[in-house]
Design a protein around this ligand. Structure first.
Ligand SMILES: Nc1ncnc2c1ncn2[C@@H]1O[C@H](COP(=O)(O)OP(=O)(O)OP(=O)(O)O)[C@@H](O)[C@H]1O
Length: 300
């Protein structure tokens, strides 16, 4: 079975800027995969190359075994992309836009499927509304619908929830999850790290055009994040060196410690009290993807 996506040795430069500096990545069929990275890391550039919208300078990209340059039509047919930018033709209604997109893929009688997508995305009442009349969140859902008209096995979503309110976001994820359960491969870029943590089985982190981390979500959390104990003290204190070394964040009278086992908490509290700390409040935090992200980005 070919991987859903295979990217090998991909580089791309915009004048003096190396947007992709040698990316190798394989994503298996049926994965829910997260592509994370700070602004400008190269995520959208990589997706454009995958969709055949931009050509890499070197390297190859395949979707479901089809080379995106040599076998463009088959590769494009296997891929649905939800773009980051809200690009649409303002003169068409949602349904017209979806029919036109179906025609682009050579699909003539696609209305049953279009109705189903509209229903799942809660867009049925807006089917005949002009695209320019929709709110930002609805436009985004219409673009999700557009990416799905040809039932692609691989779906790439470039920041699909930017500007989408909480309720719609949850509805959108429910639908995307269902698509994944039905066997679609999902690739997601997002700046909402807790979304990536909850949804993605595997995550790649991109920085300055390179992959700097690639692992299962569980392994990344285990390797790069810890529990935190945050203490609010009555006043700042000076800690003895061994305890000071355990501090992961200090802001005035607020201190945070990282720890792996709950057995350590009593000792940390004891140490702070012994150093004269008067604890007013405390909170425990779980390991999260934000810690992983910040840790990896600072390392590289
Ligand atoms: N058409 C272009 N011409 C020149 N530079 C470009 C072009 N497209 C992207 N870049 C540059 O390439 C780099 C990677 O951009 P890209 O949009 O791929 O990043 P990203 O990871 O998607 O960022 P974001 O999270 O902000 O969407 C950036 O420095 C960007 O300014």
């Amino acid at each position: 079975m070919s991987p859903a996506i295979r990217i090998a040795g991909v580089t791309k430069r915009f004048r003096s800027l190396q947007a992709l500096a040698g990316v190798d990545l394989e994503i298996g069929q049926g994965e829910f995969f997260g592509l994370l990275g700070p602004n400008g890391a190269g995520k959208t550039t990589l997706i454009s190359c995958l969709a055949g919208l931009g050509r890499p300078d070197t390297g190859t990209l395949e979707v479901m075994g089809h080379d995106v340059v040599r076998d463009y039509r088959a590769a494009r047919m296997a891929l649905g992309v939800v773009p980051q930018e809200l690009v649409f033709d303002p003169f068409f209604s949602v349904r017209e836009m979806l029919r036109i997109q179906s025609g682009y893929f050579g699909l003539k009688h696609n209305d049953d499927w279009i109705d189903e997508i509209l229903h799942h995305l809660d867009l049925t009442p807006k089917a005949n509304a002009n695209m320019r009349m929709l709110s930002g969140g609805m436009k985004r859902r219409a673009l999700v619908a557009q990416a799905l008209v040809h039932r692609p096995p691989v779906i790439v979503l470039d920041e699909p929830t930017a500007g989408v309110d909480v309720e719609l976001r949850q509805g959108l994820w429910q639908f995307i999850r269902k698509l994944n359960e039905d066997g679609h491969t999902i690739v997601l870029t997002t700046h909402y790290l807790e979304e990536a943590e909850t949804l993605c089985g595997r995550i790649a982190m991109l920085k300055a055009g390179r992959i700097v981390a690639l692992d299962t979500t569980a392994n990344l959390l285990q390797r790069f994040a810890s529990h935190t104990l945050t203490l609010s003290l009555a006043a700042p204190i000076v800690l003895p060196a061994p305890l000071a070394a355990r501090v992961s964040r200090a802001e005035g009278a607020e201190l945070a410690f990282g720890f792996d086992s709950f057995d350590e908490v009593a000792g940390l509290l004891e140490g702070v009290r012994a150093a004269g700390g008067n604890v007013l409040d405390m909170a425990l935090g779980k390991p999260d993807m934000e810690q992983v992200f910040v840790g990896i980005m600072n390392q590289n």
